[in-house]
Structures are given as structure tokens and as C-alpha cells.
Ligand binder design. Sequence first.
Ligand SMILES: *Cc1c(COP(=O)(O)O)cnc(C)c1O
Length: 424
Amino acid sequence: MDQYSTETKCVQAGYTPKNGEPRQIPIVQSTTFKYDTSADMGKLFDLEAAGYFYTRLQNPTNDYVAAKIAALEGGTAGMLTSSGQAASFFSLFNICETGSHIVASSSIYGGTFNLIAVTMKKMGIDATFISQDCSEEELNAAFQDNTRAVFGETIANPALTVLDIEKFARAAHAHGVPLIVDNTFPTPVNCRPIEWGADIVTHSTTKYMDGHGTAVGGAIVDSGRFNWMEHKEKYPGLTEPDESYHGIVYAEKFGQEGAFITKATSQLMRDLGSIQSPQHAFYLNLGLESLHVRMQRHVENGQAVAEFLASHPKVKKVSYPGLPGDPYHALAEKYLPRGGCGVVSFEIEGGRSAAEEFMKKLRLCAIETHVADARSCCLNPATSTHRQMTDEQLSAAGIPAGLIRISCGLEAKEDLIKDLDQAL
Ligand SMILES: *Cc1c(COP(=O)(O)O)cnc(C)c1O
């Protein structure tokens, strides 16, 4: 499939039926798999042979869909997880342990921030958060001897900042550490972070990849480019014998291309069990089949809505990297030449009460804690996700009380704009 374009991979990568087999990906709705002899099954437990024995670790439906996402991102291996949160956690915990340190962009999804700053901290894994707009000098200064990973988001949810992937990759590699990029918002249709130097890519497939508000899920893709053996002392989990599998060394047995995902599957999935159900993987694949068509429309609608809002007298400020005046426009032109996504945020004149009143009047755009769906939706952090904060606390956090995030769906842009206009 490598020779084909992204569009063709969205439709066909990952699964090629043989003569007489189902044209659509079969849903292997089975927790377990049958073997003729214990010896046959034993080989799977020893990682001597590839195959399936229990769906908590691997399932053919999931593997077809993970292979499609890996092909789209230009990686060598991929896996599905039960959620985007599980994907972020596995991508980090696969190479971090108590005593490790992470360098992360401060402009990331709130759930990922909590995961790193609160939950992983309790596991003895520290982090330094740094503005993605920092200088190379400041970025390099954030590293410590125990730094094991760098984490950022291509387009941050909800801040809509654009990550300078090359800058982060340069710093990570200068310190012998991989760069992990959450590519949920642009999807591989609009950006492939591996081409810019990222080593691992993660996704909340719940968003555009699914695209229909149907199934929560996540994915991890490995570029196969990071040389674990060259940094042997930092990554003992990949470069030293795993006693739980009779002493195999992942980086030797599965090579640079397969070590990361094999370890995350056979160790983390085995022990932590955050597998995506095969049924969800099937829904996800239906979304992937039209991802390239939908992303184009989400971007078109996002751009039109951002331009409309930017020209409206009741709107104080619009954030959308596709707008020429946006602080991230230059980075968007470099990393997102086909556009970014359909999410736009803006600040309405009149603060919290004006935002509440405006959202009540919307007819097409529903109030939801969600983004990246075929149906347009919106959220005012001050009256929902951040309602415990005062107006002063909100503006200190860079979330003014009148801030509204709109996720532009696949409706006609004229209808969306008419709806916003009457509500304003
Ligand atoms: C939603 C989201 C996540 C978390 O994904 P879930 O599927 O909700 O667990 C992670 N990163 C980004 C950028 C997201 O938008």
C-alpha cells in the first residue's frame, strides 16, 4: 500500500481479503482462539510465533484497523487502545518508569495534562511543561539526565496552538529521546508528524477518525526510526531481557520497527488491559474509509466559520490557525498545508452571560463535551468544564469567561453561519 496516496489508504489499507474472503473487515467477536496442541499455543505465549490467543492482547479486527492507521501515518507498526487516554498513557509508560522524567508541551489536552501532571507523578514519573513557543535554548534546558520522552500535540485541544514538530524533534533527538506527538486534531490526512521527525504518534480515534460520535478509542503508531539499542541504558524495558517472556529482548527480537508496539501489546496490554473492542474497531474503520473526504469538509467549514466570526462586531477574538492573522498561521502553512481541522474558538463580547445566551439560541450547533463529529457542537468552558473557576481565575488560565469552542461538523457552511449569525 506504500505506493498509494492517503486517500486510497483511508479506503483500502490494512486489510486485503484473499480469494472468497469477506470484502469488508470481519468482526472477530471472540474472546479466545482455538489450538490443536498446547505446544502450538505455547509458542504464542513465548512470543516465538505470531498469532492470537486472547482478545485482551490482540484481535484480528483490531489489527486490520491498526495496520490501516499505521499505513496512514507512515509508521511500521500500530495498535488500538480502548481510548485516547489509554493511548497517551501506553505511549509514555512503555518507555518511562519510576524515576523517569517527561518534557511536555504545556499546550495539550486537559486529560493528557492530568495524566502526566497528576497520575503519572504519583507513579514517580516527573514532568516539565514548556510553552511550544519557547526558544530552542529554553527547550534544551528543560531536559534532565532522566528524561525519557518528549510529548506534544500537533494542534492542541482546545488551545488550537500548532506545534513546531521539527523544533521538538531536534531537541528530543539531541538528548537521545523519542518525540511522541498526539495527532488527533489534524489526523494523518492533514499532517503526518513522522515525516517531520516524530518517533511515535498517538490518537484519540474518538474524534475525527471515528467522526460520527459513535465509539471511544485510541491508537498508537511507531515510526520504527528510534534506535533503542543506541540508547540502551535509558530504555532497559526494550533493550534488556524481559523475564516475563523467558528473557527475550524486544529491540533484538522484533527490531527497531517492531519492538515498541510488541512490548506495549505483550506487556502493557497484557497487564493493564485497555483493548478496544473488535466491534468498536469495525466502527472506527467505517469512519476511516471516509476520513479524507470528511476532513476536507471540516476544514472548509472551519475556515468559513472562522472568517465569519472574525468579521462580526460582537466577537472579540477568534483563534483558528487557518486565519492569516492567527499567531500560528505560519506554522500551519508549514505543517498543515491542506488545513488543520474544523475546531474554532472565539471570545464573545459580554463574557459568561453573553456566551450562555448565545449558545441557548443556537439551533444547529448543540451544546456538547465533544469535538470532531459530523454534527456541529459547541462548549463554553466557563459554564461547563471549568465552571468551578471565577472569571479572574479563568482569564489567568488563558480561558476568558466568554470563550466558546465550536466544532464545525459536515453541515452546509451557509446554514452554520446563518445559525451563528441569528444567535449572535
Ligand atoms: C479527546 C482527546 C484525547 C483523549 O481521548 P479519549 O478518546 O477521550 O480518551 C487525547 N488527546 C486529544 C487531542 C483529544 O482531543
